[in-house]
Every structure is written in structure tokens, then in C-alpha cells.
Design a protein around this ligand. Structure first.
Ligand code: SAH
Ligand code: SF4
Ligand code: F3S
Length: 496
């Protein structure tokens, strides 16, 4: 641990970070953080960037300019993990070339592969200078100092100290540079132990941040101009943050408090587990205008036999019941899910149960994956592994069905007026692009001065997974509840 940081308050650390950041520009270095995997990794990347800014590093996207490269890795599927090693191979060459030009390059491996493989990465990849697991990012400054002495530090502990509390608060200008949407991790880790999944091992036991800390972070983001906040957790709806008075807050309560923060126009949360989908959270979709009508609720399979084998702790009937309740609370809500095909023992009949479930529900979007054997997880050693060509054919069929549903969902918005949060200038001059309440990208002609506003857009067409439209209003729709009429309008549109 960095000795300088022991005993410091967050405020002191922030001041120190900002002081460092103000150093003479000429001594500043460049860092490239390359993130893979889930949104929690994306959030961690921003926090690492904020921390490194205080250590004299500015971000760059040009790898050959980077004095420090951080690979923020994902271990969820074999392909994701293997990507790291091919990337490290390329970085090794680059490091040598830079060394020949008299430039030093530090290579750090962070994220879930770092957690899962630890020192093994140093053995496999001699170019790597340090390995840091997701719970230890606040220790990066000390680790960089060790790396500079060629000590190749590895930290994959699950420390008890509050990582988030020890990370500096980003400066407003850094927040603004990232746009008008932001992630805030509120919960980390998972106690569910689905039999296919590495997350309980790479991210550790479930832990929730105190609500006051989360709300303070949201307030800070909102003051800097962020309009939409997505609360993150590997199991976000299991959130149970302990407040200063000792009471436990549910995610619903946290969302309600976040909605009352001035400037917060939109709220989202991901990823949820069906088991933790409480009635209060479902009611929040009815009662909180800021909570966007979108729910990502992974089901993985429509077969009860597979759900049991996956140790999902819910069956098909529970999932369908939840969907009914959610739709009753928020008609027209966009539903999304995750699916795994080719899980060990999956028969044609099991797979058909999945297809029937998808047909019955009608999703606005969904992610589907071929089962990937993950060493150390219970399913990896099961005898009845499914042949790859069978799994591929199933994946193909499922993805075709999901794409058809997504297309139908998008088509059903044509002719309606949606509240769009304008995110950035579009690809064509005079065009901007933003997101509908249903997370659909929307392109339309308007001034870039509208970036950060929520405007009313009449949807006129569909281009692949995006929508095109015409700006019809700027004013009423900027109100947070601008999404509500859109949800109602959609509900009456007979969505799939
Ligand atoms: N916490 C979330 C998702 C975590 S990982 C949840 O409970 O659903 C994101 C998705 O990756 C999972 O929903 C699952 O569909 C997929 N996934 C996880 N492990 C996998 C594996 N071994 N093979 C294929 N897909 C996997
Ligand atoms: Fe993995 Fe299951 Fe936990 Fe999701 S709930 S992170 S799939 S173990
Ligand atoms: Fe991947 Fe780790 Fe996220 S394994 S999906 S980066 S929690």
C-alpha cells in the first residue's frame, strides 16, 4: 500500500491528486487504458484514469505514444481471456521498439484475468510490469513505483478497505469531457455462483457501497452536467447498502433518492438477477419518472432442467411471472436478457424451451452466447458437453429470432415521439445522435448546441439497430418526465 496515502481522507487525497494534476505539462506522461468486458470494467477504467491523472498521466488513444498501457481485462469467456495474450504479444513488440527509441513503456494487466491468473501472467508474458486485480486499483500509484524498480508487483487481494473511498473524485472538466451519461458502480461481486460463471471468483463476494457515498458521487456528476446515470453491479438489484444510521437500503430506495437529485434526468441500472427483482423495484418502474422504461434481466435459458443445472436459483415460471409484473407496472417497457446456448446437457427440447420463452416474451434486445468452459467453475468438468457445431446452430437460430424481435420493437416506434437525450454530434454534418428511453440510438438533424439536452423527436425511420427522426420540440421534453408519455405512447402501439 502507498505509505503516503495511509490515514488520508478522501478529500485530502483528492486535493493531492489535483495538485499533482496541476504539475508542469512538460513532465506529464501518457496512459492508454484498454477496457474489455462489462460496464463495470468501463467504470473502473474511468476511476483508474482519474487516479492516474493525479500521478501525472494524461489519456491517449495512440498506443505507440503511451508510457503506460493498462489492459483492463475480462475473463467471462475463453475468447475474452485469450484476447489478452494476443494483445500482450503485440505490446511486447511495441515496448521493444519504444525502448530502441529510448522510451520506457510500463504494461499493466488489470481486471478479471488479472484476478483469475495473477502471477501466472508474469510468467506467460515477460513484457508485463504489474498485475492488479479489480479490488486493488487504489494501490496503483504504489505499484507503479515498484514497477519502475522492475519489481513486477502483483496485487490480487480482496482488501477490506474501501477501494472507492480511496479513489480520487474526478474533476468536473474530466467528467464533462466524458459526456452527459455516466456509470456509477453501487455493488460489486456476486454470491450466486451460477455453475458456468467466473464472476464470483474474479470479483469476490457481494458488497454494496453505502448509499450516502453513491448519492454524493451522483450529485457531483450531476453538478458537472451529467444527465443520465446508470447504476452498476454484477448483481445490482441485490444492492443492500448500509446507511450511516445502520439501515439497509434497497436498490429501489437508492433510485428514489438519486431521482431527487437536481439535474438527474434519467436513471438506469444493470445487471439484475431475477431472484432479487423485488416488488419495490418493480414499483419504481411505475412511480419514478426518471427511471427509464428498460430492464435488462438475464434468464440464460427457458428450460427448467438447464436453469437447475446452471444453479440459477429461479425457474422459467418465476421469470415469466416477473415479466408480467414488470409489464403491469410499466406498460411498453423494453426488455432485454442474456442467454447461454450449448450448456452441458442441453438437449434439442431444452433449447426449444428457450426459443419458446423468447417468442412468448418478445425482447427489445438480448445478448446470446455459446457456453464457454471456464476452468474452476462447476460446469467445466461436466461430462455432457455439447458439440460445437450443435451449439453454433442453436446460437444462430436464437440470434435470428432475437434480431427479428429487436427489429419489430424498433419498427413499432416509427411514427411516435420519443424523448431523446442528445449525446454527441452525428457522423454527418448538421446531425446529432442520442438515445431514446429504450436505449435506441436516434439520429436527427439539429444543432450540436443541443448536446446534453433531452428533446422530443418524431421517429421516422429505422437503419439497422438505429432510428432516424425529426426534432419537434425542445422544452417540455427536457423535463425528466419527458420519457413517460413516450412509454405510454409505445405501450398503446402493440409492441411484440
Ligand atoms: N451478473 C449478470 C451477468 C454476468 S456475465 C447475470 O447474472 O446475468 C454476462 C453474461 O455472460 C451472463 O449473463 C451470461 O449470459 C454470459 N456468460 C457468463 N459466463 C459464461 C460462460 N461460461 N459461457 C458463456 N456465456 C457466459
Ligand atoms: Fe455470474 Fe450468475 Fe453471478 Fe451473474 S448471477 S455474475 S451469471 S454467478
Ligand atoms: Fe468480464 Fe469481469 Fe465483467 S469477467 S464481464 S470484466 S466482471
Amino acid at each position: 500500500m502507498d505509505e503516503n496515502r495511509v490515514g488520508m481522507t478522501t478529500a485530502q487525497e483528492t486535493a493531492q491528486a489535483q495538485q499533482h494534476e496541476a504539475r508542469d505539462e512538460t513532465v506529464r506522461k501518457k496512459v492508454l487504458i484498454k477496457s474489455y468486458g462489462c460496464q463495470m470494467n468501463a467504470y473502473d477504467a474511468t476511476r483508474m484514469a482519474d487516479l492516474l491523472a493525479g500521478q501525472g498521466y494524461d489519456e491517449t488513444e495512440a498506443v505507440d505514444q503511451a508510457d503506460l498501457v493498462v489492459l483492463n481485462t475480462c475473463h467471462i469467456r475463453e475468447k475474452a481471456a485469450e484476447k489478452v495474450y494476443s494483445e500482450l504479444g503485440r505490446l511486447r513488440v511495441l515496448k521493444r521498439e519504444r525502448a530502441e527509441a529510448g522510451l520506457e513503456t510500463t504494461i499493466a494487466v488489470a481486471g478479471c484475468v488479472a484476478q483469475a491468473e495473477g502471477a501466472e501472467i508474469l510468467h506467460r508474458s515477460p513484457a508485463v510490469d504489474l498485475v492488479v486485480g479489480p479490488q486493488s486499483y487504489h494501490r496503483l500509484p504504489a505499484m507503479l513505483a515498484q514497477a519502475a524498480q522492475h519489481r513486477r508487483p502483483v496485487d490480487t487481494e480482496f482488501p477490506v478497505d474501501d477501494k472507492f473511498g480511496a479513489l480520487p473524485r474526478p474533476q468536473s472538466r474530466r467528467i464533462r469531457a466524458r459526456g452527459h451519461t455516466a456509470f456509477v458502480t453501487v455493488q460489486e461481486g456476486c454470491d450466486k455462483f451460477c455453475s458456468f460463471c467466473v464472476v464470483p471468483y474474479t470479483r469476490g463476494a457481494e458488497a454494496s457501497r453505502p448509499p450516502e457515498k453513491v448519492l454524493e458521487e451522483i450529485r457531483h456528476l450531476s453538478e458537472a452536467g451529467v444527465r443520465e446515470i446508470t447504476l452498476l453491479g454484477q448483481n445490482v438489484n441485490a444492492y443492500h447498502g448500509e446507511a450511516a444510521d445502520g439501515r439497509l437500503w434497497s436498490l429501489a430506495r437508492l433510485l428514489e433518492a438519486a431521482a431527487s437529485i437536481e439535474g438527474v434526468a434519467r436513471l438506469r441500472y444493470t445487471t439484475s438477477h431475477p431472484r432479487d427483482m423485488g416488488d419495490d423495484l418493480i414499483a419504481a418502474h411505475r412511480d419514478l419518472p426518471q427511471l427509464m422504461p428498460y430492464l435488462h434481466l438475464p434468464v440464460q435459458s427457458g428450460s427448467d432442467a438447464m436453469l437447475a443445472a446452471m444453479n440459477r436459483k429461479h425457474d422459467r415460471a418465476l421469470y415469466l411471472r416477473l415479466i408480467d409484473k414488470v409489464r403491469a407496472a410499466c406498460p411498453g417497457i423494453a426488455l432485454s436478457s442474456d442467454f447461454i446456448v450449448g450448456f452441458p446437457g442441453e438437449s434439442d427440447a431444452d433449447f426449444n424451451d428457450t426459443m419458446r420463452l423468447v417468442e412468448e416474451i418478445g425482447f427489445a434486445a438480448a445478448f446470446s452466447f455459446k457456453y464457454s468452459r471456464r476452468p474452476g467453475t462447476p460446469a467445466a468438468t461436466r461430462a455432457a458437453q455439447v458439440e460445437d457445431d450443435v451449439a453454433s446452430a442453436r446460437l444462430h437460430a436464437l440470434q435470428a429470432l432475437i434480431l427479428a424481435q429487436q427489429t419489430a420493437f424498433n419498427r413499432a416506434t416509427i411514427g411516435r415521439t420519443l424523448a431523446v437525450l442528445v449525446e454527441k454530434p452525428g457522423r454527418h454534418p448538421g446531425q446529432v445522435t442520442g438515445k431514446s428511453p429504450y436505449l435506441q440510438p436516434v439520429h436527427f438533424d439539429a444543432s450540436p448546441a443541443l448536446v446534453g439536452d433531452i428533446v422530443a423527436v418524431r421517429i421516422e425511420g429505422q437503419i439497422a439497430n438505429s432510428l432516424s427522426g425529426r426534432l419537434i420540440g425542445h422544452g417540455a421534453a427536457t423535463h425528466a418526465s419527458g420519457s413517460r408519455p413516450a412509454a405510454v405512447a409505445l405501450a398503446s402501439g402493440g409492441l411484440p
